[in-house]
Design a protein around this ligand. Structure first.
Ligand SMILES: [Zn+2]
Length: 148
């Protein structure tokens, strides 16, 4: 009984030692990586930054054949949505609306309306002021006509 207990204690100690050894190895690896990086930069090496949403992971399969995998598809979807979001952020109408939101303005000059050609829009809903007013007037008329 006592032997079993001692064996257990011994194995726990060994496990702790193993964890400690692993941690030391990890730390030295990290230090080595930092030293290598410093050397690389000292020798005139440069770090090339990859734009957001892109990956350096190879998309080629065996013998350079095209491989289509779920991960690849997902990566493409993500990349597209990121570039779409970036394009939206640079859209002058979006910039104007955000500026109006920040200043607490109720209206702003945005995209030209496809129905009436006006540029005045509500900051909160992004809808055309003239069309919104015409629509609500029409609805009011309808309501009153039905109720009367
Ligand atoms: Zn309109």
């Amino acid at each position: 009984m006592n032997e079993i207990l001692q064996q257990r204690i011994k194995s726990i100690h060994m496990g702790k030692d193993l964890t400690y050894i692993k941690k030391v190895a990890e730390r030295s690896l990290r230090e080595q990586l930092e030293i290598d990086m410093a050397e690389f930069l000292a020798c005139g090496g440069t770090v090339k930054e990859i734009p957001k949403g892109q990956s350096s992971v190879s998309t080629k399969g065996w013998n350079g054949s095209e491989k289509s995998k779920a991960q690849q598809t997902m990566r493409q979807v993500m990349s597209n949505s990121i570039s779409e979001a970036n394009a939206r952020r640079e859209n002058p109408n979006v910039i104007a609306r955000n500026k109006a939101l920040m200043n607490g303005e109720k209206r702003f000059s945005g995209a030209t309306c496809s129905k009436c050609g006006g540029v005045s829009r509500y900051t909160s809903t992004n809808s055309c002021v003239a069309c919104d007013k015409a629509s609500s007037a029409l609805n009011h008329k309808k309501r009153m006509g039905v109720n009367a």
